[in-house]
Design a protein around this ligand. Structure first.
Ligand code: TXA
Ligand code: MG
Length: 320
C-alpha cells in the first residue's frame, strides 16, 4: 500500500522523478503527475484505467502561471478566474504548444484550474511544472474525498498520498468554457451555477449528452457504485424492496426510517444543508457500496444550489 502523510518535500521529490502522488484538493483527491512529462501523463491514464480520449485537468498555483500554458483567458472567463480562483472552477482555454497532446487528448483547449487547499497549493508553488490530476479513482467509479479512499483503490499502484484530510467541497470542479462566444458549463460541480451567473449573466448548460465530444469524460454512466443504485421516492422504494425481500441500504437527503435497520441508512445532511450533503456524498456512496445488501435506494435532492450537481452525480450513478 502507499504511504500516507503530510510530507510536501517527499511528494515534490517523487513528482520531480516522474512518479505519481495522490493529492488533496478542496473538491476531491487527485492522482497527480508532471503535466509536462508525457511518460508521467501516460502513467496517470494507465493507473486509472482511463481511456486516452478523456483529457486531464492541469493544476497550477496561481493565475499568473496559467499564462505559461494557455494563449489567453478570453473575456468573460477572465472574470470568473479572478473571482473564483483558487477554487472549484475549471476553465477550458486555448492551449500553448508546451502542453503535451496526451494531456488534452489532442484537443486544442486545455482544462486548467487553481485549486484551493493549503498543502497542495504549497506543493504546486514549489514545483517548476504544473500537475495533471484526474480524480484519484479507477475510471468510472466514485471520486475519493479522503486519503483512505485513494489508498483503498490505488494504494498498490502509487508510492505516496499527501493527506489533506476530508475534502471541504466534496464534488469535482465545475467545468466552464466558451462555445461560439457563449459561456458554457460542461460539468456541474462544486462551484454553484448561480455564483457563475452573478458574474457573467446567463450561461448555457451542456452536461447531459453522453457523447458530447467537448467533454468526453462526462459519460452518462459515471461515479457509479458497484451495486445497483436506484433513484425514486424513498417510501415507495422501501415498500417495493421490502415486499420483494431484496436486502437494501438507503441514502437519503435528511430523512431517517426509524422502523428500519439504522446501520443500513445514511443521511447526507440532517439539517438539509446542500453544502454539507455535497461534502458527504461520495464517502456515503462508498460506505453503502461495501454494505451487505443487494441494492442502494436513494432520492434526488432539491434542484437548487449544489443540489443540481449532487443530482447530476446521483443520476449518473443510477445509470446501469
Ligand atoms: O475537481 C476536479 O476537477 C478534480 C480535482 C482532482 O481537481 N479533477 C477531476 O478530474 O475531476 P477528472 O479527470 O476526473 O475530470 C476531468 C474532466 C473530464 O470529464 C474531462 O473530460 C474534462 O474534465 N476535460 C478535461 N480537459 C478537457 C478539454 N480540453 N475539453 C473538454 N473537457 C475536458
Ligand atoms: Mg473523475
Amino acid at each position: 500500500m502507499a504511504t500516507i502523510g503530510k510530507d510536501i518535500s517527499k511528494a515534490k521529490t517523487l513528482l520531480e522523478q516522474g512518479q505519481l502522488v495522490g493529492i488533496p484538493t478542496e473538491t476531491v483527491y487527485g492522482l497527480a503527475g508532471n503535466a509536462l512529462n508525457p511518460d508521467a501523463v501516460a502513467m496517470i491514464f494507465a493507473t486509472k484505467n482511463r481511456p486516452d480520449f478523456d483529457p486531464l485537468i492541469l493544476h497550477t498555483s496561481a493565475m499568473e502561471r496559467v499564462h505559461d500554458f494557455v494563449n489567453e483567458i478570453p473575456f468573460p472567463l477572465d472574470l470568473l478566474a479572478s473571482k473564483f480562483w483558487p477554487g472549484p472552477l475549471t476553465l477550458l482555454l486555448p492551449k500553448k504548444e508546451i502542453v503535451p497532446d496526451l494531456v488534452t487528448s489532442g484537443l486544442d483547449t486545455v482544462a486548467v484550474r487553481v485549486p484551493s487547499h493549503s498543502l497542495t497549493n504549497e506543493l504546486l508553488s514549489e514545483l517548476a511544472f504544473p500537475l495533471a490530476a484526474p480524480s484519484a479513482n479507477p475510471f468510472g467509479y466514485i471520486s475519493p474525498t479522503k486519503a483512505s479512499h485513494v489508498n483503498d483503490q490505488l494504494g498498490n499502484k502509487i508510492a505516496y498520498i499527501l493527506d489533506g484530510g476530508d475534502c471541504e467541497v466534496g464534488l469535482e470542479s465545475t467545468i466552464v468554457g466558451l462555445e461560439e462566444g457563449e459561456v458554457t458549463v460542461y460539468r456541474l460541480g462544486g462551484l454553484d451555477l448561480n455564483a457563475i451567473r452573478e458574474v457573467v449573466g446567463e450561461v448555457k448548460v451542456m452536461t447531459h449528452s453522453s457523447s458530447n465530444p467537448k467533454s468526453p469524460g462526462m459519460l452518462k454512466s459515471h461515479y457509479s457504485p458497484t451495486k445497483p443504485f436506484i433513484l425514486g421516492k424513498l417510501e415507495d422504494l422501501v415498500l417495493e424492496y421490502s415486499t420483494k425481500g431484496i436486502p437494501f441500504a438507503i441514502l437519503s437527503f435528511h430523512q431517517k426510517f426509524s422502523s428500519l435497520d439504522q446501520s443500513k441508512q445514511i443521511q447526507l445532511s440532517r439539517t438539509k444543508d446542500l453544502n454539507e450533503a455535497a461534502k458527504n456524498l461520495f464517502a456515503a456512496m462508498r460506505a453503502l457500496d461495501t454494505m451487505d445488501v443487494s441494492v442502494i435506494l436513494s432520492e434526488l435532492l432539491p434542484e437548487e444550489g449544489l443540489g443540481r450537481a449532487i443530482n447530476d452525480r446521483l443520476r449518473r450513478a443510477a445509470v446501469q
